[in-house]
Every structure is written in structure tokens, then in C-alpha cells.
Design a protein around this ligand. Sequence first.
Ligand SMILES: Cc1ncc(COP(=O)(O)O)c(C=O)c1O
Length: 442
Amino acid sequence: MQNNVSAILDLFPLHSRVDNEHALITGNLSVVELVKKYGSPLYIYDHETIRSQYEEFKRAFQSSYPTTEILYASKVFLNIPFAQMLYHLGVKFDVVSFGEMSMLMASDIPLSNAYFHGNNKTEEEIKLAIKNGIDAIVIDNIEEVNLVNSISKKYGVKQKILLRVTPNIDPYTHEKTTTGLKDSKFGLSIEDHSAEDAIELIATSKNLSFVGIHAHLGSPINFVEPYQKAIDKMFTFIKFICIEKYSLNLTEFSPGGGFGVISEPGLNNPTLEDFANVISEAIRNNCEKYDIDLPKVFIEPGRSLVARSGVAVYQVGSRKTIPEIRTYLSVDGGMADNIRPTLYDAKYFALPVQGLNRKFDDLVTVSGKYCESGDYLIKDIYLPKLLRDEYIAMPMSGAYQLAMSSNYNLAYKPAVILIKDSTSKLLRKRENINDIIALDII
Ligand SMILES: Cc1ncc(COP(=O)(O)O)c(C=O)c1O
């Protein structure tokens, strides 16, 4: 039996607490009142947690490497008010699709604030990016070199590009979210000739302006060493291939994103300072060793910027106990709004939103309401004995949940709200049947 309310509370947005009535408060607002007002399931974002985390990123990285720029990985969650809020904080964006670029444009955010990634950029996407003045395109494969060059020529621009490489460094994370090993659909290997072949082509492409190389090792990464090892390998490639063999200059460099967060009590992850120090030192050391001018650096945090700011709230429904096996406690959401536990065993925790002084002596599996046995949110957690219609809140729900949500079983995607200055406002309405049938031809 466990009652670790305060340890789990640390996973919630900043300043979350339990009030005198044993109810959960976040952003100075009662979670139970919020879910009663906006409906369940509900996704809550806390502005102060995002703002403070962005400041923390700037402080950690810019104090050890002043020209570091922070790009938010849009895939983590993006809609118009959320994009505008980040933009007003000073954040730039990494985008990977027509939809993400269009969302920025619909948010009145010029694409000059975005870098375009992706392992299979379509011609249509590249045209949209170039026509609208994307800052940089991160080239992912050799075909793209010619494609981006010819489209740039058509539009009469010399497009700024970087090359994404795979340094073949294991970041020790889930295999489904490992991206920098040689066997990856992303980027070009620096261990065989593929990255070099692309550099050779880039060097003779008149409408491309090469500024540097990029790698993203995976996500989440809970160690600093993979970054250091990857940076060492990338700089050897920069020195001997990009600079010496093809006379290309390096003015930008990116070790990607992927910074792990403390997603469970007691996890002893590196801090942002640890990541920043190791990355900055590795870049500096390599530049000194190879006599290269220090490039501008950009990092692409997604999860580590917004995961903690998000809370998912669900209402408890049925309970099924299978003696000596387990108790399933079903809630009104699940894999349609959060597929991460099903997809790659992501681990979550939860607290009831009321009655937090009760004993946490009921071992349950929190399952979803959708038609798959693999539809669960938390395997084996001690909670108080919750009754039907009570609510639970799941912290660390700000990243990759809604972004990967679906309408499976024709589920309506939940409402999303933002808490700022002790008030709440809708960022996105809960869907209804009209949203689901909107594109049907009747
Ligand atoms: C190229 C690139 N950059 C950044 C990220 C963000 O990773 P994270 O959310 O772990 O920081 C991703 C995630 O897949 C990515 O593919």
C-alpha cells in the first residue's frame, strides 16, 4: 500500500497543491470545478508552467552557449491559441508537415520562425515552405537535395538548409522512439557514404545554402552521454567531410531535442543544466580541436517544454475485479486521447481530484473505454477505493497525447483549457457529432 500524494503532486504543474478540503488545486483553481465546468475527459494546460520552463531552457542553455535558439517541436501539441501563446513567449518552431506549417500560418506566425523537418517531405509541402519563406529546411535524404534545390530554383531563392544525419548513437530509450541509430528511417548515416554523398550534391546545388548539420537521437533521453558522443561524431564529419573535402562552412548546428523529464516519482534525470553543459562543452571542445568558428546552435525540445504543464482529467466508471489477477477501473477516456501506454509502454501516475486524505490501498489498472484489450492508461497503481463518477487527474499529460489522439470508436476529442492568472479559458472545444460527420458525404 502506498500513499505518495506529495511525490505524485510534484509531477503536476507548478504550484499544484491539495487544499484544506483534500481536493486537488492547480493554477489556483479547483480541478473538480474545472472538469464540472468543461466536461470530462478534460485536458488542462498551465501557462505559468510553460512560461517558467521556457525561461529555464533559455537560462540553462544560453548561459552556457549564448547563441542557442529554442525551437518547439510542434508535433507535441499545436493549435492556434497554443501556438500564439508560445510565439508570444519568444519560442520558434520545428514543423514536419503541411498541417503544422498551415497551423502556424493560421496563427499569424510567419514561417520565417520555423525549421522544416521530416523524412518524406512532399513536393507540395516543400513548395508551401519555400513560397512562405520558411527559415530553414532540414534535408533528410538524398532525393530531397535535388527536390529542394529544383523547387528553390523555381521560386528564385537560395534556400537555407541543414542536413539531418544519423550518428549511430544509442540514446537508451524505447526502440520505437529511437531515431539516431544507423537503422532509422530518418537522416543519413555518417558511418557509410550516404551523408557524404548528400554533402557532395549539396555543395554543387546552386539554390541551396548549406549552414550545418542536425541530428535527433530519440525521445525521451534520460542520459547526457549520448549527446556528447553524437556531437563528437558529428563534428568529425563536419571537419573532414563538410569543411575539408567540400569547402562548406558551418554556421549552425543542432543536436535535436529529446530531453527527458521527471515523469515518475524518484526518477533521477539529468537537469536542463546538465544537458546544456554537456552539449555546450562538446560543441566548444570540438570547435577548438578542429579550429572551427562556434556555430549558432538550435535545440528542439518538445516534451520537456510542455509535458508537465498538462493534466488529463477522467471520470471513473465501471470496476471489474478478477480475483487474484487484477481490478480494472475504467475511465471515460483511454487510447483515443492517449495512446502512449499502448504504443510504447509509457508510464503514468494519477491522483483522485477529491478525497486526497483517503488511504491509497486499492491496487487497480486504470483502463480506457475503447474496444481494445491494450487500451489502458496506468498498469497497477494504488488509489483510494474510487466510486463511479469520481474523477482522477493524470499529470505529465501535455506532450504527445492529444497530438496523437484519434476518433477511435468515434470518440469525441476532449476539450482543452488553459489556466493563466487563476482563470481558465478554452483552447479547444470538446468535439461533438457534427465535427465527426463534418466531412462525410451525405
Ligand atoms: C527532429 C525532432 N526534433 C525534436 C523532437 C522533439 O522531441 P522531444 O519531444 O522528446 O523533445 C522530435 C520528436 O520526435 C523530433 O523528431
